[in-house]
Design a protein around this ligand. Structure first.
Ligand SMILES: NC(=O)c1ccc[n+]([C@@H]2O[C@H](COP(=O)([O-])OP(=O)(O)OC[C@H]3O[C@@H](n4cnc5c(N)ncnc54)[C@H](O)[C@@H]3O)[C@@H](O)[C@H]2O)c1
Length: 476
């Protein structure tokens, strides 16, 4: 696929253009380090910092060492070397002075991150951070300091939740201050997450997450797939709707690169293009209009008969019909809501009720949008559909967890696709630069996040929205 040119980015990153940009103080978007075969996880050593008891630091150190990284626990040990990653275990932070300790440890390390470095803060889930006897919280504080009775955990609970929520503001700010393609993210670790934390840590530190920054993400315990035989086949089966082009085609490529057989679904009119993508990824093509009345049944039967169940279903097919709200006619409304929201709902319901359409531990991933989270002028229909998908994965999370499954959404920001290439030049340039990474993302950036959420290791992430937007200024 020929992508639109980022002329400004190319100009200010090359010899004379770069010198002129420096002189004029113009922003120079960093070159992002993306996944390449055989690449090391990090570009330099990883520093693991501990705030207080830091119960996860030892596990993280062991995982990173296992992934081939050199792990340090003291900045001095880095000598003159730049850090590939800084991981801070702040899950035990409960008091305001713990944030001061975090600053003291992180500030000198933040300054020393390499180009394309990674900063990852591990926090607790604020609602779970209320004081416990071990951390000097509720047991001592409750009542003895004169706290009213309707604060059964004492005011220490309030402080603990405040401190943990404070980590989000810190991370979002550091994302905006980071330079050279360094990303900064927060993983909120729920009680009992255990080994389910490993995959999110590795993903966010890797080059696969080059366009993910300033994001909080919650990880909990991975659900157990229910007992029963898994389908006897070598490759995982991943279905991608709207796979004939754009982000869908990139998702098919990354899923196939990671070893899956990809069922590439798209409207019959996309026939030739769809066949080309399916051939390229050595998958199969499935002509399917997701809005057709028979589509849910056809897909469920295809997956049951042909594969013995899908391991992941990616609801990617999407359309826009932009117009101001008062000028939106019924057709523009129904088309967008029909493809983007109603079809994922109906397909998912049928797949869940058809025995054998889904493999044990199956994953759903929906393509939302930052415009769905923040709202956008002229996109009331699109935003309603894309925000609807957030409600969809949140509502699915608990019932799916009980079946050993998970559903999540990815919210792309400004991505260099034919869709954004067709925007008028000025809004396109503004949209492209209005993120901490000062550039548009590539379809592969979205595809990496989707493929990761569809992978077996990501089971601890459920009902979440992951923004892949270089920390765009649109919305939170
Ligand atoms: N491009 C971006 O910057 C961006 C940003 C945020 C979210 N998204 C979302 O990502 C997804 C992919 O976007 P894209 O830019 O690759 O779009 P695209 O228009 O390039 O591709 C969409 C694909 O969906 C298919 N499709 C449309 N209606 C269908 C139907 N009824 N049944 C089956 N397939 C159908 C189309 O034929 C096409 O191949 C969409 O859901 C979009 O809303 C894109």
């Amino acid at each position: 696929m020929r992508l639109p040119d980022d002329l400004y980015g190319d100009l200010v990153r090359s010899g004379p253009g770069a010198a002129a940009a420096r002189r004029l103080g113009l922003p120079v978007p960093p070159r992002l380090r993306r996944h390449a075969p055989g690449q090391e996880l990090l570009t330099g050593p990883a520093l693991v910092l501990r705030v207080g008891a830091a119960p996860l630091a030892a596990d993280v150190t062991a995982w990173l060492t296992g992934a081939g990284a050199r792990v340090l626990d003291d900045l001095d040990a880095a000598g003159g070397e730049r850090l590939g990653a800084v991981v801070v275990d702040a899950t035990a932070a409960r008091r305001v002075p713990d944030l001061a300790r975090l600053r003291e440890l992180l500030a000198p390390a933040f300054r020393r991150t390499a180009r394309g470095g990674r900063v990852l803060v591990l926090g607790a889930v604020p609602a779970e951070a209320g004081g416990s006897a071990e951390d000097g919280g509720s047991a001592e504080d409750g009542g003895s300091d004169g706290t009213p009775e309707d604060f059964p955990g004492g005011f220490g609970d309030v402080e603990a939740r405040s401190v943990q929520q404070g980590l989000e503001g810190l991370v979002r700010s550091l994302g905006k201050e980071a330079r050279g393609g360094t990303t900064v993210n927060l993983l909120r670790v729920a009680e009992g997450a255990g080994a389910a934390l490993r995959s999110p840590v590795e993903f966010l530190l890797s080059a696969r997450a080059a366009f993910v920054s300033g994001q909080p993400l919650l990880v909990g315990p991975a659900p157990e797939p229910p007992p029963g035989p898994a389908p006897a086949r070598e490759r995982r089966v991943v279905v991608v709707t709207g796979a004939a082009r754009g982000i869908g085609a990139a998702i098919a490529e990354v899923a196939a690169r990671d070893g899956a057989h990809v069922v590439c679904a798209d409207v019959a009119a996309a026939g030739e293009q769809l066949a080309r993508v399916a051939n390229r990824v050595r998958g199969s093509a499935l002509p399917l209009d997701v809005t057709a009345p028979g589509a849910p049944r056809a897909l469920a039967e295809h997956l049951r008969r042909r594969f013995g169940g899908a391991d992941a279903v990616v609801h990617n097919a999407g359309v826009t019909r932009d117009r101001s709200f008062v000028n939106l006619d019924e057709n523009a409304w129904d088309t967008v809501l029909g493809v983007n929201l109603d079809a994922p709902l109906r397909l998912t319901a049928e797949l869940l009720r058809t025995g054998g359409a889904l493999a044990p531990g199956a994953r759903f991933v929906c393509l939302s949008s930052i415009n769905g989270l923040a709202g956008a002028r002229g996109q009331a229909n699109y935003a309603a559909s894309k925000a609807g998908l957030v409600g969809f994965v949140q509502a699915l999370a608990a019932p799916l967890a009980r079946r050993g499954m998970a559903a999540n959404a990815v919210a792309p920001g400004f991505i260099e696709t034919p869709m954004t290439a067709s925007m008028p030049p000025l809004p396109r340039e503004v949209g492209r630069r209005a993120s901490s990474l000062q550039q548009g993302g590539m379809p592969v950036d979205v595809a990496e996040a989707v493929a990761w959420l569809a992978s077996p290791g990501a089971g601890g992430v459920n009902g979440q929205v992951l923004r892949v937007d270089g920390q765009h200024l649109t919305g939170a």
